[in-house]
Design a protein around this ligand. Structure first.
Ligand code: UT7
Length: 324
């Protein structure tokens, strides 16, 4: 029997209308446009409206991706959303997107892998589509991180943004998704986390506030090392030489982290899709949104070799090698 693969047949993204610039943030906390630009590469980010949820953004991205793929909602038979900012504890965002699209009767779920959420979701969906267990999968990364940010904390509020990106995966005789690589290490749980949940605590009853907590500098160092090792592993598994990737589509966390990963791969920054400046760090949404930007502006074309990677809280990290 010939091996089957999954391939991306459509991409989409959805960003909230409201834009928050570095200058806006300088009015809110003790920071400056210069500090944010030079330390992170970010100039602006989109922030969800008060009544806009992760599901709203996920639905918008999913509809675009299905339109490009030429598939109707009724054609979808697998749905997975990477998110750490679900609308509610349950139903999961996958079910909420199903309801919006008027479809159901197949597996729909969200998975929580922080900024690596989309890479994790893509890898899971790939297992189903390439094994013939699903025919058309919607894979989404969607976040409203603005809801868990302390807007008085300059060390975190300047970094994050909201948005969603989606792809449709379909079976194919040729790759497609060539390999995915997922990793996690829970020993780093205290470097990047959100202290509130359901079984631990739900109300601010001690000195820990219900906001994202990050030891940025320490995260930075581990992120660089782990991303280097996952891209090395991806290249070695597939017998690829340095410089053979057409486009690097990295998680958009910090310009300096991305530059170091590109250097490791022997790639110039012209071959790296950057959306950090306009989107900030949108966690699980950043990789699929960057892919969609590059497909729509004509940089990424059919046949190109893409390397997607991400690193986030947990820590979790991962990569996907894709012949687009
Ligand atoms: O997405 C998932 C994973 N997350 C990441 O990969 C994030 C990784 N980390 C980073 O991107 C960087 O560590 C940050 C951008 C978060 C911070 O940059 P940094 O160069 O590591 O800064 P730092 O935390 O070492 O702080 C340097 C200085 C401190 O002042 P002192 O102690 O040197 O006087 C901070 O108080 O910068 C100060 N600072 C700021 N100053 C102006 C921190 N935030 C700000 C700010 N504006 N917004």
């Amino acid at each position: 029997m010939t091996k089957m693969y999954s391939r991306i047949s459509g991409t989409g993204r959805c960003l909230p209308e409201r834009i928050l610039t570095n200058a806006d943030l300088a009015q809110m906390v003790d920071t400056s446009d210069e500090w944010i630009r030079t330390r992170t590469g970010i100039e602006r980010r989109h922030i969800a409206a008060e009544d806009q949820t992760t599901t709203d953004l996920a639905e918008g991205a999913a509809r675009q991706a299905m339109e490009v793929a030429g598939v109707a909602p009724g054609d979808i038979d697998f749905l997975v959303v990477g998110t750490t900012t679900p609308d509610v504890v349950f139903p999961n965002v996958g079910c909420l997107v199903q309801e919006r699209l008027g479809i159901g009767g197949f597996a729909a779920f969200s998975l929580e892998a922080a900024c690596s959420g989309f890479i994790y979701a893509l890898s899971v969906a790939d297992q189903f589509v390439s094994s013939g267990k699903a025919r058309r999968a919607l894979v989404i990364g969607a976040e409203t991180l603005s809801r868990i940010i302390d807007w008085n904390d300059r060390s975190t509020c300047v970094i994050f943004g909201d948005g969603a990106g989606a792809v449709v995966l379909e079976p194919s005789d040729e790759p497609g998704i060539i390999s995915t690589h997922l990793r996690a290490d829970g020993q780093y749980k205290d470097l990047l986390y959100h202290p509130y949940g359901t079984s631990k605590k739900q109300q601010a009853d001690d000195d820990e506030q219900p906001f994202l907590q990050m030891k940025g500098n320490e995260v930075f160092k581990v992120a660089v090392r782990r991303l280097e090792s996952i891209v090395d592993e991806t290249m070695a598994t597939n017998n690829l030489e340095r410089g053979s990737i057409d486009w690097l589509i990295p998680h958009q966390a910090n310009l300096r982290i991305i530059q170091l990963t590109a250097k490791r791969l022997g790639m110039s920054m012209e071959k790296v899709i950057m959306t950090l400046r306009d989107h900030g760090n949108t966690s699980a949404a950043s990789v699929p949104m960057a892919l969609d930007v590059a497909v729509r502006d004509g940089r990424v074309n059919r046949g190109d070799l893409l390397l997607l990677e991400a690193f986030g809280g947990g820590f979790t990290w991962g990569s996907a090698l894709i012949r687009y």
